[in-house]
Ligand binder design. Structure first.
Ligand SMILES: Cc1ncc(COP(=O)(O)O)c(C=O)c1O
Length: 394
């Protein structure tokens, strides 16, 4: 038993809002549009590939950095999607590391970079994995609010926040929870600051293949100078509807990758071997899956947005990810956590409040201004239509 005097390294952390809302959704049999995972199945090819690999006995450790054929397939994908200059060749074997989900890649990248006393800039609303990792490394996060309702980054605020302790900036595009995208001007502003102040970037791009209305994802991988100081992180769980396989990767220049791998080998050594074989085969045999993903999710977004047209919610634009924000200020005065509890318990639809994505100080300002919740539309159309029908009655 843990002594009551035990000093927690993360004293203020409790159960995450995602766990809490999913538990509530189950308890009250609500339609669960809260936690971000697909309701539909992993592609049939991928499922049979992993079964075959397991039957063939490929069940032992693989190289710590990842299965070479998977590293090569990821390299080809990155090259095809982001590297327009044919002369620029990504050295897949020395710059890519396969990890146990993007979560592991984020933790390892942050432990690689952050030293005691360092500051890391994050933008609120921020995904919840960044800050605990920074704190465990002995650093602290400097939170900067994105400007609601369009959730743009004010780069002049970033400039003001940079000081001699600043070590890194975390970006996330397409963005969870807001569904916004960073554009070319954002990446150029970031690049300018990173180069000037010799900072590093952790770029969380797990929703990279889900962008809508013809807009392309601006990856850090497309900016060679910026990439020299970056860890770019992605997740096959998002791309191939297999979040439970926990397979992701990190792309970084060779010198940073060498340091990243030192930590990765002692966090997990290597990630689940059969999934690596299966995903390598999927990328090789079904490259169109990645290209079709944006269209697939855009259709889902459009189903949900159209079905909510007659509701009293104000739908904020979703330009990427599988999330949509709803402003409920015309419906209720409750704060967003209380509103989500009520929505789940009494109305039968589970959503995620935005306030847990904010630092307390920023939240005070935010709460007086906004009443916004997040829905996940990675669900079957019937589920989305049923949820929207209920929400239209409010
Ligand atoms: C922004 C963001 N980053 C990282 C992750 C974690 O990805 P993985 O499941 O591959 O660990 C998620 C998952 O929801 C996410 O939304």
């Amino acid at each position: 038993m843990v002594e009551s005097s035990f000093q927690s390294k993360l004293p203020h952390l409790g159960t995450s809002i995602f766990t809490e809302m999913s538990l509530m959704a189950n308890q009250f049999q609500a339609i669960n549009l809260s936690q971000g995972f697909p309701e539909f199945d992993t592609p049939a090819f991928l499922k049979s590939a992993i079964k075959q690999v397991i039957d063939e006995g490929k069940n032992q450790y693989c190289p710590s950095a990842g299965l070479p054929e998977l590293l090569q397939q990821i390299g080809d994908l990155v090259q095809r999607c982001y590297i327009k200059d044919a002369a620029r060749k990504l050295d897949a074997l020395n710059t890519i590391t396969v990890t146990s989900g993007a979560t592991e890649a984020l933790m390892v990248a942050i432990q690689t970079l952050v030293r005691p006393g360092d500051e890391v800039i994050v933008f609120d609303p921020a995904y919840d994995a960044y800050e605990p990792a920074v704190e465990l490394a002995g650093g602290r996060c400097r939170h900067i609010a994105m400007n609601a309702p369009d959730y743009a980054i004010d780069w002049s605020l970033v400039k003001q926040a940079i000081n001699d302790k600043t070590r890194a900036i975390v970006i996330n595009s397409p963005h969870n929870p807001t569904g916004t995208l960073l554009g070319q001007s954002d990446l150029l502003a970031l690049q300018q600051m990173v180069l000037e102040h010799e900072l590093y970037v952790i770029s969380d791009e797990v929703y990279e293949h889900m962008t809508f209305d013809g807009q392309a994802h601006e990856s850090v991988l497309a900016y060679p100078e910026l990439f020299q100081r970056s860890f770019v992180i992605s997740s096959f769980g998002k791309t191939f509807h297999c979040t439970g396989w926990k397979l992701g990767y990190c792309v970084a220049p060779e010198a940073l990758t060498t340091e990243f791998r030192k930590i990765h080998q002692y966090v997990t050594f290597c990630s689940f071997t059969p999934a690596q074989f299966a995903v390598a085969s999927m990328l090789k045999n079904h490259p169109q899956h990645v290209d079709e993903l944006s269209g697939f999710y855009q259709q889902k977004r459009d189903v949900l947005v159209a079905a909510l047209a007659d509701s009293r919610f104000k739908v904020l634009p979703s330009k990427g990810t599988y999330f949509l924000l709803l402003d409920y200020s015309a419906i209720s005065d409750l704060d967003d956590v209380a509103f989500c509890h009520w929505l789940t318990q009494d109305i039968g639809v589970a959503a995620i409040p935005l306030s847990p994505f904010y630092q307390a100080e920023i939240l005070e300002v935010y709460h007086q201004k906004h009443k916004v919740v997040r829905l996940c539309f990675a669900k079957n159309d019937a589920t989305l239509l049923k949820a929207a029908e209920i929400l239209c009655q409010l």
